[in-house]
Design a protein around this ligand. Structure first.
Ligand code: NAD
Length: 519
């Protein structure tokens, strides 16, 4: 299937192989090795060697090679879709419309924009007119990319693109649940002509990720808050830069004047796409009491029409991906029911399917103390709470340790913008949700416990660089006022300069009394 030239060879007798399953059927697909610390060290060393040639190329040359990689991704899209749907259970439509679309678009975007975003920038100096000063960007070296299972292409190869365009090498530690797509992506990169080892993959559990941290120059992590915290602590000990894209529990606020048709369609999609396993999934909706009954009825209707099925079935949503996540979803729904929530749609594992399935679920009569409202559920579940006004919706939306994204649904765009500004989240969409995930110009990332740093926008690439300032003397004089011997007996002179430049009231008064002395 997705074997890679860049990973240690697979020995099925080794106990430390990881079996990868098709979550929709429970069938075993493939095994991948657990990379040892030595394997990881070797992969980073190879990457470092490749990176030095890569960094010597111009942005145009790097961009051309990545566009060749994109061509190869497009030519191999069916193999990618089979591998990716196989290990995640997601419909092929989602592989093409999200995973491949994002990754191919990212290549075009960063290939075109990197030279502009990372160009040397001459700074106009307010004081030192005898100098020229530039800020420049250089690659960090090797980026260690530790990634989750919910978007195995976007969050591995897709996120590697800006790092590569900046001149870095990338070693990916994909999730142990879905390692095949990243392996395949790295193999396709090499086949398309990327220097061997520049974009590579080490498979394994958390320990492999932890080993990777020790050898790389920066860690780019996407995953849960709990793992992110552990990685951040380890990186702090080594003073290693990180970027952290973590979990969420996104709220949607539906105002009394919302276009209910659009809001119901958008919120059902925003909560169910990828079986709700998106960091940006809508998990809580706060709906104005004036339209609550009608809105709930519309959501029930739409959830009932969703087709859940196998990747090739033309279904709207597929299975879930990770067994412990399905257990968590079930636990959250059961806890909500025990505390008084009502299930108006779904709410269970379908009896007629093997594999990791949970029916599209709507909970109402929910309260702020329930886990579905407080924690990340990460499954096909939406909870709707009635509110008396926008202020109550805003208070409840902000009552969260997460702050990834949110949405506001209203016909009054100005009013919605005012609500958006007061929501504590890294991004807020008005009459839409999570679309910023597909807009590379716009920074995306979390506040509070949802993360540190941004993907997309200028920061989406400058984070993979070290910034260097270069200052050039213009006139070549023998010395400078600060140099020796000019500092001898200079206290009085500098004291007067301070008075002239920064003019406190007292110094101005002194200068007026004794203008020649300057103070
Ligand atoms: P996870 O945190 O369990 O694992 C993520 C990765 O970290 C895996 O590759 C895992 O092997 C590795 N890892 C585990 N322990 C480690 C350690 N001690 N040192 C180094 N690496 C270690 O997350 P998951 O269950 O795979 O993914 C789901 C989570 O990811 C959800 O919380 C979701 O919200 C989040 N996520 C966030 C974004 C975002 O952009 N903010 C995007 C997608 C997913």
């Amino acid at each position: 299937m997705a074997g890679s030239a860049r990973t240690a060879s697979i020995d099925t007798d080794r106990k430390d192989n990881i079996a990868v399953f098709n979550p929709a059927t429970g069938e075993e697909l493939w095994t991948v090795p657990v990379a040892t610390r030595e394997d990881v060290q070797r992969a980073v060393a190879e990457c470092r060697q490749a990176q030095t040639q890569w960094a010597a190329l111009s942005y145009t040359q790097r961009g051309k090679m990545l566009v060749r990689f994109r061509d190869h991704l497009i030519d191999c899209k069916d193999e990618i879709a089979n591998t990716l749907s196989g290990e995640t259970g997601k419909p092929k439509s989602e592989v093409f419309s999200a995973e491949l679309f994002y990754t191919c678009d990212a290549i075009g975007f960063w290939a075109k924009q990197s030279a502009r975003l990372l160009a040397d920038c001459e700074q106009r100096l307010h004081l030192f007119k005898n100098k020229r000063a530039y800020s420049t960007y250089k690659p960090r070296g090797v980026i260690g990319m530790i990634t989750p299972w919910n978007f195995p292409l976007i969050l591995t190869i897709g996120e590697a693109i800006p790092a590569l365009m900046a001149g870095n090498g990338v070693v990916i530690k994909p999730s142990e649940v879905t390692p095949l797509t990243a392996q395949l992506g790295c193999r396709l990169g090499e086949e398309a002509g990327l220097p061997p080892g520049l974009l590579s993959c080490v498979t394994g559990y958390g320990q492999t990720g932890s080993d990777l941290i020790d050898f790389v120059d920066m860690v780019s992590f996407t995953g849960s808050v709990e793992t992110g915290r552990r990685i951040q602590i380890k990186c702090a000990e080594q003073l290693k830069p990180t970027t952290m894209e973590l979990g969420g529990n996104d709220p949607a606020i539906v105002c009394a004047d919302a276009d209910l048709e659009r809001a119901a369609n958008g919120i059902v999609w925003g909560s169910m796409v990828n079986s709700g396993q998106v960091c940006l999934s809508i998990e809580r909706a706060y709906v104005h009491e004036k339209i609550y009954d009608k809105f709930v009825e519309m959501v029930v209707d739409r959830l009932g029409k969703l087709k859940q099925g196998m990747p090739d079935d033309g279904a709207d949503i597929g299975s879930m991906t990770f067994a412990p996540q399905l257990d968590k979803v079930e636990r959250h729904v059961e806890e909500a029911k025990r505390k008084g929530a009502r299930v108006l749609a779904g709410g269970k594992r379908p009896a007629d399917r093997d594999g990791l399935w949970f029916t599209p679920t709507l909970l109402v009569d929910v309260t702020a103390d329930m886990e579905v409202m407080r924690e990340e559920t990460f499954g096909p579940v939406i909870a709707i709470q009635k509110v008396k006004d926008d202020a109550e919706a805003l208070r409840l939306a902000n009552d969260s340790r997460y702050g990834l994204s949110a949405s506001v649904w209203s016909r009054d765009k100005r009013g919605a913008m005012n609500i958006a500004r007061r929501i504590e989240a890294g991004a807020v969409c008005v009459n839409d949700h999570m679309v910023h995930m597909l807009i590379p110009e716009i920074p995306m990332g979390g506040i509070k416990e949802s993360g540190i740093g941004r993907r997309h926008g200028a920061e989406g690439i400058t984070k993979y660089c070290v910034q260097q300032s270069i200052i050039i003397d213009r006139f070549g004089l023998r010395g400078e006022v600060f140099w020796y011997p000019g500092m001898k007996n200079a206290a009085g002179r500098f004291s007067r300069v301070l008075n002239l430049l920064f003019r406190s009231r007292k110094s101005v008064a002194q200068m007026l009394r004794s203008p020649k002395s300057g103070g």
